[in-house]
Design a protein around this ligand. Structure first.
Ligand SMILES: *[C@@H]1O[C@H](CO)[C@@H](O)[C@H](O)[C@H]1NC(C)=O
Ligand SMILES: *[C@@H]1O[C@H](CO)[C@@H](O)[C@H](O)[C@H]1NC(C)=O
Length: 529
């Protein structure tokens, strides 16, 4: 077997023969090669002269060299012509680049202060609502976050609602959407109002309001955290095409609609430049999508036709989950909280309050330290072998045992799926199970009060939830003896919005009933372990 292979390799000229053949050829043709090389070199020099002549102080020097080399027939034209000929396929006008005589019309863009310079004044909100659901939803949620006189925007309705407060009052003024009877709607399950709601983007653009950088869309049951929204949008250039939002928490919803779609209830932002392009094409685009379900899907379909991808900001929350959202909110992703939605589908955020009161309580903390809200810090009481996880402005959890960050930053499944499926793969993010052993359940402490501590600090007090009884039979120190936890927190620097970084914490004081925790920037080389 092996000998026949060796024979075969001897008979067939292999790779090893080739260098010898080339070498022989090179030696044979060395004289000819020299001549060709010289001609080529001369040609290169001559062409270089043509291109470099305008910047050369002695323009004739290359010509002199050329003549000395014996290329007497050389002239500028022959070189440049041949160059033009050989490059002509590249020099043709590319069809996708605007002609120089017709540059993009920037004069109609709003004046820009600084490179982005986005403040709350540069945002206009478009709230999708209907007269029918307004009393039930919009009244409730919009007025929780709306800052009268400090924000611009409209609630878009299908028909007028009586007794609307005068502007400026607790609510944005309303507008009645244009008719959409010219559009077909063929989706058997979707709401026909989806066409009307999707056109809020264009209708708001057509209002031609001054100094708008961003168009932010939301539902009447969306609650925005506007201080964070401003900081996040300021990272992006509104003169470029930006479509910013997030997916659903439900894998199935994200799968059924699109991983590249901003879910409308979570809220999304469209830059001024994109809104302008979008407004021009939306109506003709809508005719191509009568079969789609929702308004956000229709916006996504048209933005896809403009070739613009979704920029994901995971702080927008559709809240496609149900029940007790504690596990979700106490392990918020390391990103600013931008919105909450579907608040009627989840239990009150604070168990002793109504949902509206609970939201105001959370928003109150968010106003004190916006970037801090729901941000998780993890530290340990090594002596008692406890793990402490702070979700600032919301709750503190104390666990028996030392659990690593990797574990604690995954939401515990205290909540259910949107469609009632028992399968946790249904969540669009990693979760951890609710343990069977009560000793492994965290003891929850909910926000009681928040206080400004000057420009750089805040003090928050958290009280143990009454339901947290001691069913654990372990003989180790029990966190159920604690009544309250005080958290002293440094505010994060503004660079946090560009480069988020989990803050570190230390246990600074403890007795049998009370803990005091200090949250602030990590020391150099500090690890959370
Ligand atoms: C460009 O902007 C100017 C000034 O607003 C306006 O007069 C003109 O019609 C615009 N041109 C186009 C092509 O939009
Ligand atoms: C709406 O649907 C009908 C029936 O399919 C069709 O004839 C009509 O052209 C459609 N109209 C538009 C504006 O697409």
């Amino acid at each position: 077997m092996s000998s026949s292979l060796q024979e075969a390799s001897r008979k067939t000229p292999g790779w090893a023969d080739k260098p010898q053949i080339w070498l022989n050829q090179i030696i044979r043709t060395r004289k000819r090669s020299k001549l060709i090389a010289m001609v080529c070199l001369t040609f290169v020099f001559a062409c270089a002269y043509i291109f470099l002549a305008p910047i050369s102080k002695e323009p004739e020097s290359f010509l002199i060299i050329a003549r000395r080399l014996g290329i007497s027939s050389f002239n500028k034209d022959s070189c440049s012509k041949s160059a033009a000929h050989s490059f002509s396929p590249i020099l043709q006008q590319p069809t996708r680049i605007p002609k120089a005589s017709n540059p993009p019309n920037q004069t109609s863009s709003p004046p820009v202060s600084g490179s982005t310079g986005t403040t709350l004044d540069n945002i206009v909100f478009g709230i999708g609502a209907s007269a029918e659901t307004w009393d039930q939803h919009g009244q409730r949620y919009t007025k929780l976050w709306w800052k009268p006189g400090k924000m611009r925007g409209y609630v878009w309705l299908d028909e007028p609602v009586e007794n609307w407060p005068n502007f400026p009052d607790s609510l944005p003024p309303f507008r009645i959407s244009e008719t959409t009877s010219q559009f077909n709607f063929t989706n058997r399950f979707g709401p026909p109002s989806a066409i009307r709601i999707s056109r809020i983007v264009s209708e708001t653009y057509r209002l031609n309001l001054p100094n708008v950088h961003w168009f932010v869309m939301g539902d009447d049951d969306t609650v925005f955290f506007t201080e964070n929204l401003v900081q996040v949008l300021a990272k992006y250039d509104h003169n470029l095409f930006h479509y910013i939002g997030s997916n659903s928490e439900s894998h199935r919803q994200t799968h059924d609609f699109s991983t590249d779609m901003a879910f409308g209830g979570a809220g999304f932002a469209i830059s001024h430049a994109l809104a302008k392009a979008f407004e021009r094409m939306q109506d003709s685009c809508l005719h191509r999508y009568p079969h789609l379900y929702g308004s956000d899907e229709r916006v996504h379909a048209c933005i896809s036709e403009l070739g613009v991808p979704l920029t994901k900001e995971p702080g927008f929350h559709q809240i496609d989950i149900r029940g007790d959202a504690f596990g979700f909110l106490s392990a918020h992703p390391l990103t600013p909280l931008l919105s909450l939605h579907h608040l009627s589908a989840i239990d009150p955020l604070f168990p002793t309050m109504s949902q509206d009161k609970a939201l105001l309580h959370l928003l109150n903390a968010a106003h004190v330290d916006p970037s801090g809200i729901l941000q998780q810090s993890i530290c340990y009481d090594k002596k008692r072998s406890w793990s402490m996880s702070v979700s600032w402005g919301y709750a503190v959890q104390v666990y028996r045992g030392i659990l690593p960050s990797r574990e604690l930053q995954n939401p515990m499944r205290t909540f259910a799926t949107w469609k009632g499926s028992p399968d946790h793969i249904e969540f669009n993010f990693r979760t951890r199970p609710l343990p069977d052993d009560p000793c492994l359940h965290p003891i929850r402490f909910y926000l009681e009060s928040v206080e400004h501590g000057g420009d750089h600090h805040s003090t928050t007090m958290y009280k143990r939830a009454k339901a947290m009884t001691n069913n654990c039979i372990w003989e180790t120190a029990s966190p159920t003896t604690l009544d309250s936890i005080l958290v002293l927190k440094e505010k994060a620097s503004t660079t946090w919005f560009k480069v988020p970084h989990r803050q570190c914490c230390d246990l600074t004081f403890s007795n049998a009933n009370h803990l005091q925790i200090h949250v602030g920037s990590c020391r150099e080389g500090e690890i959370i372990a």
